[in-house]
Write a protein that binds this ligand. Structure first.
Ligand code: AMP
Length: 280
């Protein structure tokens, strides 16, 4: 595996591979790798000649300085994990390499970033879009792989590709969970032992929402699940919503023609966790 920290080395090396007719599959990450990340990489490796991974904790997508400071950074361990999936190229730049000068591009994602993560983390998706656009320019992948764990992010990336006319195929991959149902996340490392035991409540509650959809209308179900989270003293609910999987706007009635996903963000102690489940 080649490990590069500069844009120049990366573009030069990948340019050569592209000229040889090799297809490039790309998985952008912020590191602290886990099985969720590795599942995207296995898929990318299977479908392409070359697997490129980036590790970059993107400061401009953090709306909270403390969150950025405590975000786990485990490069040595990450490199070992990347070897196990036969990654060909790791691009791990520092902030000066990615942002030698201030970036002030403002994307218009319409209503997509006005709800859920976008509403609670101002500027987050603009920061995600800026970094993903820059990474796509550097790597020029044929296909890029993203997890459904970050459901709204996936919709934003698809929109970004449309706005910028980027010739890349966006591939979405299912959420990988711990045996007790907790969605894998780099942030799970920040949970203490007691919090980690409590955390599966999130997925259990999402599963309950899915089960009940046949017995109860969308609006009362939304309220019932909000009450479940708010009734649990260990959690602080930021949002729970049941949304159209394309527009991400709340749905008010079940419609089998409309893909529907229930999404949640909660605080468990000082750790913010997100998860979602497909309802229809
Ligand atoms: P991150 O390092 O958190 O920016 O995530 C990098 C990529 O891995 C994103 O496309 C995430 O959606 C994806 N990802 C993170 N956790 C999971 C998971 N548990 N299952 C599947 N994909 C995931």
């Amino acid at each position: 595996m080649k490990v590069f920290s500069t844009i120049q080395e990366t573009t030069a090396y990948l340019g050569k591979l592209r000229n040889e007719g090799k297809s490039i599959g790309f998985v952008p990450t912020m590191g602290a790798l886990h099985e969720g990340h590795l599942s995207l990489m296995r898929c990318a490796k299977k479908e392409n000649d070359v697997l490129v991974v980036s590790i970059f904790v993107n400061p401009i997508q953090f709306n909270n300085a403390e969150d950025l400071k405590k975000y786990p950074r485990t490069l040595e361990g990450d490199i070992k994990k990347l070897e196990t999936v036969q990654c060909n190229v790791l691009f791990a730049p520092d902030t000066d390499e990615m942002y030698p000068e201030k970036v002030d591009r403002q994307y218009d994602f319409g209503q997509l970033d006005k709800v859920m993560e976008g509403a609670f983390r101002p500027g987050h998706f603009n920061g995600v879009a800026i970094v993903v656009k820059k990474l796509f320019d550097i790597v020029q992948p044929d296909s890029a792989y993203f997890g459904e764990k970050d459901f709204q992010q996936l919709a934003i990336i698809k929109k970004l590709v449309e706005i910028e006319n980027i010739p890349v195929q966006i591939v979405s991959c299912p959420i990988v969970r711990e045996p007790d149902g907790l969605a894998m996340s780099s942030r799970n490392r920040l949970l203490n032992e007691k919090e980690r035991k409590i955390a599966p409540f999130i997925y259990q509650t999402l599963q309950e929402a899915k089960r009940r959809r046949h017995h109860i209308c969308a609006n009362p179900l939304r309220q019932m699940i909000i009450n479940r989270f708010e009734g649990n003293e260990h959690f602080r609910l930021e949002y729970f919503d049941i949304v159209d999987d394309k527009t991400l706007q709340p749905i008010n009635a079940w419609n089998n023609e409309v893909g529907t996903v229930a999404c949640v963000a909660v605080w468990l102690g000082d750790v913010r966790l997100i998860d979602n489940i497909r309802i229809i």
